[in-house]
Every structure is written in C-alpha cells, then in structure tokens.
Design a protein around this ligand. Structure first.
Ligand SMILES: C[S@@+](CC[C@H](N)C(=O)[O-])C[C@H]1O[C@@H](n2cnc3c(N)ncnc32)[C@H](O)[C@@H]1O
Length: 301
C-alpha cells in the first residue's frame, strides 16, 4: 500500500509521469490509502467554511436537478460523502478523476441523500483536471477538490481559477498540504525530513506547500473573495494505521529527494513506527482549506 502519495512503479519517478500526456500512464493512488485517510480528512475539514458556502449556494440560480457539483480529482469520492449530506437540496455530483479504477469506487460508494433528505445523484468523468477546457464547468453550482492542489503547477491552478471564474461558481478546495508537521516526542531530524519532503513536493514545477497561496492569489485576481482555514490531521493512538502509512510515505519521499539521508532516515523511521505502535506518538500534519466565492453577478447596475 502506498503511503503519503501516489504509487509509482519501481524505478520510475513520479516527477516524469505526473506530467505525462497519457492519463493511463500517471501514478496511481491506492484506494486503500484513500480509504484509510478518509476519517482523518473528515475530522480535519474546516466546517466553518460551510456557512458562507451555503449562503452563496442559496442565493444562486435555481437549476433543474438541483446543485451541480464538480469534484475534481475525486479519488474514491470522500469529498462527496462528507459534503453532500451537509448541503440542503437535490444535488448532482460530477466526479472527475484520471484514474478509472478510483472512479469505479467513487460511483459505488456515492452519497445518496442531502442534509434535508433530497436526492443526490452522481456521474463520473474520466479526464485530466489540470487541463480543464473553458466549457468543462458550464452550469456548475460548485467546484470542489480535496488533496489535489499540491500536485498541480501554477499554470494548472490559473487554468482552474479561469474555469471557475467563467462558470461564476464558488470553489471549495480542501486539505492542501501546508508543509508543516509536528511530531511529539520531537526529534532533531524532524526539520530536515520536513524540508526534504517539501522539496520533493515542489519537484518539476509542482506547487506542493505553495499551492494554497498561489490558488488564493489566482482566485482573488479574478475577483473572488477568498477565505482560508487550517484543516490539520491530529493523529494519536487511535489513528496508528494511518500514521504508520503516512510516516512511511513521508520519510520515503524525503529520502528519494535527498538520498544521503537514507541511513539516518531508516533509523528515524524505525523509531517513529515503534513509538506509533506503542501508542506513544502524536503527529499533527497541517493542511489548509480554501473557499473562493466569485463576485456576485446579475445585481442592479
Ligand atoms: C490525494 S488523491 C485525493 C483523492 C480524493 N480527492 C480524496 O480526498 O480522497 C488525488 C486524486 O487526484 C487525482 N488526480 C491527480 N492529478 C490529476 C489530474 N491531473 N487529473 C485528474 N485527476 C487527477 C488522482 O488520481 C487522485 O485520485
């Protein structure tokens, strides 16, 4: 099972494949990893962004079939399972991902009912969300994404902000890595591993921990009101399985970035996994949620 990132075939670097033209050739996220993180994601999401979102959605135009929500990079669909039951009214979710295997999981376990009991329907769309065409979001009431922004480039986020501005719809872009991690007990190697992991995230022009800042600027430049909130994972003994997998991926990416860390990192990882198994480790992995509300249109001139 993959840890904190995609599964990359042995001997191949995500660096190259992430930007590959063929979606079939892109690195894949294991559904087991996405399922493992879903409860921690749900607990971390910034629920106080929902009220301004609900107000904006209630002010929006009524659409046949209810709200049209596009979830970009949906994976196994955890965003919809969290958000659909927190919004009133009928909803139609359009789940986008480049991985057909994950889209299958998302379709099977899709949410069925809104907060007020209205129906929720879904469809899946396979494609590259980094290259949304101008008409891809036509008619959208809302765009969502979760744990996606940090694997995009500046140009791709600008493209996403353009598509949302053209559609005139809000965007709720959640759980982007913030580049900060706290471990208790602390270790002198924590900062070095964090820096190497962040450098790995920024490889080949990907934004990694800079993604939320870039997205906030991109949406604001197009007239949107942008709110950001922290959405940290707070992992303790109850989340040992997730913490262990996350640690393996986190340290592994750091070593891939800085191979000279290998020996020290192996000892460090062994000690962390032992503490995790003994219920003696606490980890805070900082993330950020962003809500962009476009300038209202159609009012009196
Ligand atoms: C970290 S996973 C998050 C999945 C899901 N949103 C969640 O929160 O569980 C990132 C997802 O984005 C998808 N993805 C990444 N880059 C993509 C792209 N350029 N086009 C379409 N899907 C992409 C991956 O296949 C994966 O399902």
């Amino acid at each position: 099972m993959a840890g904190a990132g995609p599964v990359v075939p042995a001997g191949e670097r995500a660096t190259v494949r992430l930007r590959d033209d063929d979606p079939q050739d892109a690195p894949r996220y294991a559904p087991e990893w996405l399922q493992l993180r879903e409860p921690a994601d749900a607990a971390a999401r910034a629920a106080d962004l929902l009220d301004p979102l609900r107000i904006r959605l209630a002010e929006g135009p009524a659409r046949a079939g209810g709200l049209a929500v596009h979830d970009l990079g949906c994976g196994t669909g955890s965003m919809g399972r969290w958000l659909a039951p927190r919004l009133d009214g009928a909803q139609h979710w359009i789940l986008h991902d480049r991985d057909p295997y994950l889209l299958h999981f998302a379709a099977v376990a899709s949410p069925r009912a809104a907060a007020d009991g209205s129906g929720v329907t879904v469809e899946t769309r396979r494609g590259d969300v980094a290259r949304l065409t101008p008409d891809a979001l036509t008619g959208a009431s809302l765009v969502t994404a979760s744990a996606l922004l940090d694997v995009l480039t500046r140009e791709e986020i600008e493209n996403l902000a353009d598509a949302c501005a053209d559609a005139g719809c809000p965007a709720l872009l959640t759980l982007s890595v913030a580049g900060r991690v706290e471990l208790a007990p602390a270790d002198p190697l924590d900062a070095e591993i964090t820096d190497a992991f962040n450098a790995h995230q920024r490889r080949a022009g990907l934004l990694g921990p800079d993604a939320v800042t870039v997205a906030g600027e991109a949406f604001a430049a197009r007239g949107a009101t942008v709110r950001v909130r922290p959405s940290p994972w707070r992992l303790g003994p109850g989340e040992a399985a997730l913490t262990g997998q996350w640690l393996r991926g986190w340290v592994g990416a750091a070593v891939e970035q800085r191979p000279e860390l290998r020996d020290r990192a192996e000892r460090y990882l062994d000690a962390l996994l032992a503490a995790c198994e003994a219920g003696e480790l606490r980890v805070t992995v900082h993330h950020t949620d962003l809500l962009a509300l476009p300038r209202p249109t159609g009012g009196p001139v």
